[in-house]
Design a protein around this ligand. Structure first.
Ligand code: 3H9
Length: 711
């Protein structure tokens, strides 16, 4: 018997317990153990039924994702396949019952579908999240799930990958009984009682593979599948697995079960070996890796954050306050004038109303959250806050003044966070008497929605403040990434050359709308011009004015956006920027922009030409990669995969590309370097290859290998 699976007998019911913490993944040894358990209990006359349950906090959360990399790299694997186990559970003469708590995901839910019955705690969730890893269910889930739940539900679950509650699963026939109680013990007792009752009632016991009463007609399935295809082409744009998952589920209706599972296996293999799947699996592990900070181990104590105070009720301050309130943390929000405070609170209220309208929050939830926000113009209560977050205008003198005030009121031991997006955390901390408590919390707009939180460690930031910030990010349902204190930190420091190249390309003759569509086709949520218009072109103009050292003498300076700003074209907020905007915010090309670009080209002696699409893509993406490589070698990011997470969660980089650094690895660093050198020869200074890129390309290595070698 595998040591990952335990067997016991309770009241005539054989219990198979999977014990593979933390999530009971189907690692090698688990399928073997379940198989052996079914065999042993099958032959044991004292056992009338079998319960399959997960030890610890969850049922089986799926296949062991680490194994996929081994398969695709050609490593040999031994032991029975999961489908053998599932067939054995389904063909067991004694009734089999899956007892679900925590999460039954992917191969876990497929294993449960092989059981004759499924019971679950009300708190449990079930799902087929494989598409989030760029694959489809590969252990017959696309064929059994529609037989249990109908095609519509199966398509939704397999194509979108989102989990559903036990109640929803019960309503759709995936779960046969919801067990009262909240813990493992109650689940086990309920499942054993259920199984004993079923056994006493006699057979035959339902096999999902043989059921067809919920499948419906091929015509009805085709209509459901077509509608789902239209939807995923929009909301999972550029991703292959969701469409493949729909194809596979449709086979449940058009093919007999035996042929359906063959087709599923073919599609599964095709997806598993795709670059998209490798990218999404990279993103899965990178999101978890990001929490590991070599000199701040897991055991580092954290400071409790039970209350917060935010300075500034503008767009960022308001969104930050909402993030705290949404996590159940009472938060004070302070503005200088009553008028600014009222405006900020009106926006917060409007945002909650919108979330209620969209069905994201219930009206009660929104009211409760709103009640957690205290609006004020004074400092009252700040002395009790566990964290004070500064979100005032991006100006060093102002931030210093505000931090001096915070230093005077905040209690000893409070975390003092600045939401600066570019300024030096050390300089801000230097005006306080406690730089060890100061840290950057760089939220992304809209702060209540965007998942990224760049956590900027200053020279003197205490380790427990770092650990507290990382834990707080999870509480706020954000992905916290630790970065170093350089201009723009990681995300904006890389975004700067990306947007600079976009301007250069436009000045050289590439149409702004073409530049945007190249990045959109690459999979980005928005192209660089549209992003500029959304954020406001004056933001970049101000940075260029305030940080002239960023453009040393003799280097080419982007001129287009400053020129657009001079014409009052600040972007969407003024109705015009790179585009002219209609009342409904529709984007229209504008000849005035072309005229500005032509004028700049003529004045600066820039030759306007027909810029090739590949050049547009490579100059934009490799500008990110080259700067990312510099950031890595300078130590401002811990890993290339941290940079990828920043771009996936903060900048709309397409998930199926895995992030800019992973994308560069998939292209091959030698090819990337060759292009960077070409651009260097043609455009000079800004394209000097990063030494780390040269080093890794020279060794035939990758950023991924660099990460692994260092940690
Ligand atoms: C599949 O099943 C394909 C099938 O069709 C079969 C085909 C034949 N494997 O997320 P956490 C690790 S595809 C390996 O922080 P939480 C994770 O890396 C799979 N490792 O916990 C982390 O490690 P570390 C379908 C896994 O409580 C630790 O466990 N299933 C796996 O916030 C804790 O993870 C999925 O896609 C795994 N399957 O959330 C489910 N899962 O501590 C993926 C986790 O070293 N998993 N780890 O950093 C999840 O969604 C979440 O982990 C879960 C728990 C919700 C379960």
């Amino acid at each position: 018997m595998s040591n990952l699976v335990r067997l016991s007998v309770e009241g005539g019911v054989g219990v198979i317990t999977v014990d593979n913490p933390p999530v009971n993944a189907l690692s090698p040894g688990v399928p073997d153990g379940i198989l052996a358990g079914v065999g042993q209990f099958g032959e044991d006359d004292s056992v009338n039924a079998i319960v399959l349950i997960g030890g610890g906090r969850t049922f089986i959360a799926g296949a062991d994702i680490k194994e996929f990399g081994k398969i695709t790299s050609g490593q040999k694997r031994s032991g029975p396949g999961l489908t053998t186990v599932i067939e054995r559970l389904e063909n067991s003469p004694k009734p089999t019952v899956a007892a679900i708590h925590g999460t039954a995901f992917g191969g876990g839910l497929e294993t449960a579908q092989g059981c004759h019955y499924r019971v679950a705690l009300a708190s449990a969730q079930v799902g087929q999240p494989e598409v989030k890893l760029g694959i489809i269910p590969g252990a017959h889930g696309t064929q059994r799930l529609p037989r249990l739940a109908g095609v519509e539900k199966a398509v939704e679950m397999c194509a979108l990958g989102d989990p559903i509650s036990a109640a929803d699963a019960f309503d759709h026939g995936i779960v046969d009984r919801v067990i009262e109680g909240s813990g493992y013990e109650e689940l086990l007792a309920g499942a054993v009682e259920f199984a004993a009752g079923i056994a006493a009632g006699g057979g035959p016991h339902p096999k999902a593979s043989e059921r067809d009463e919920r499948l419906g007609t091929p015509e009805a399935a085709a209509a459901i599948c077509d509608a789902a295809r239209t939807k995923v082409r929009r909301i999972r744009r550029g991703q292959m697995a969701p469409l493949k998952a729909i194809d596979a589920v449709q086979c449940a209706v058009t093919l007999p079960f035996a042929d359906g599972i063959k087709r599923e296996a073919e599609i599964f293999q095709e997806c598993l070996f795709s670059t998209q799947s490798k990218a999404l699996i990279h993103a899965f592990f990178s999101e978890r890796q990001v929490r590991k900070i070599p000199d701040v181990p897991k055991q580092t104590p954290t400071r409790p954050i039970r209350s917060a105070a935010v300075l500034g009720a503008g767009t960022m301050g308001g969104g930050i306050a909402m993030s705290y309130a949404n996590a159940g943390i009472p938060v004070r929000i302070k503005e200088v004038t009553q008028q600014a405070l009222d405006k900020g609170m009106a926006t917060i209220r409007k945002n909650y109303e919108r979330s209620v309208k969209r069905g994201r929050f219930t009206p009660e939830f929104a009211e409760q959250r709103l009640a957690l926000i205290t609006a004020q113009t004074g400092w009252e209560g700040f002395e009790g806050a566990d964290i004070v977050v500064e979100a005032v205008f991006e100006n060093m003198a102002l931030k210093k003044e505000v931090f001096q005030q915070i230093d005077g009121v905040a209690r000893s031991g409070a975390v003092l966070a600045t939401n600066t997006s570019t300024l030096s955390v050390d300089e801000i901390a230097s005006v306080t008497s406690r730089p060890q408590d100061v840290i950057g919390h760089h939220f992304f707009s809209p702060a209540n929605v965007m998942r990224l939180l760049e956590i900027v460690r200053g020279r003197e930031t205490a380790k427990d403040v770092v650990a507290t910030s990382m834990a707080l990010a999870r509480t706020l349902r954000k992905v916290g990434v630790l970065v170093g204190n350089c201009h723009g930190f990681v995300g904006n420091r890389m975004f700067h050359p990306y947007r600079r190249e976009a301007q250069f390309l436009a000045e050289e003759g590439a149409k702004p709308s073409r530049i945007d569509s190249i990045m959109y086709e690459f999979g980005a949520a928005m192209g660089p011009m549209a992003v500029g218009d959304l954020a406001g072109l004056d933001v970049g103009m101000r940075v260029r004015k305030e940080a002239p050292h960023l453009y040393p003498p003799g280097t080419r300076r982007p001129l287009a956006e400053d020129a657009l700003c001079e014409l009052g074209r600040y972007g969407q907020k003024t109705g015009a920027g790179w585009y002219r905007y209609g009342e409904d915010r529709s984007r229209n090309e504008d000849p005035e922009v072309d005229a500005v670009l032509q004028r700049i080209a003529a004045e600066e002696g820039i030759e306007q030409r027909d810029v090739d699409d590949n050049e547009i893509r490579d100059r934009l993406v490799y500008a990110l990669v080259n700067e990312g490589a510099r950031i890595l070698e300078e130590g401002y990011a811990l890993r290339s995969s941290d940079i990828d997470i920043i771009y996936l969660y903060g900048y709309g980089f397409p998930p199926q590309r895995g992030g800019p650094m992973f994308y560069a690895d998939t292209v091959g660093l030698a090819s990337v370097l060759e292009r960077v050198k070409e651009f260097h020869a043609a455009h000079g200074h800004w394209w000097r290859p990063a030494p780390l890129l040269e080093e890794l390309a020279g060794q035939g290595s990758t950023f991924g290998a660099w990460d692994r070698a260092r940690l």
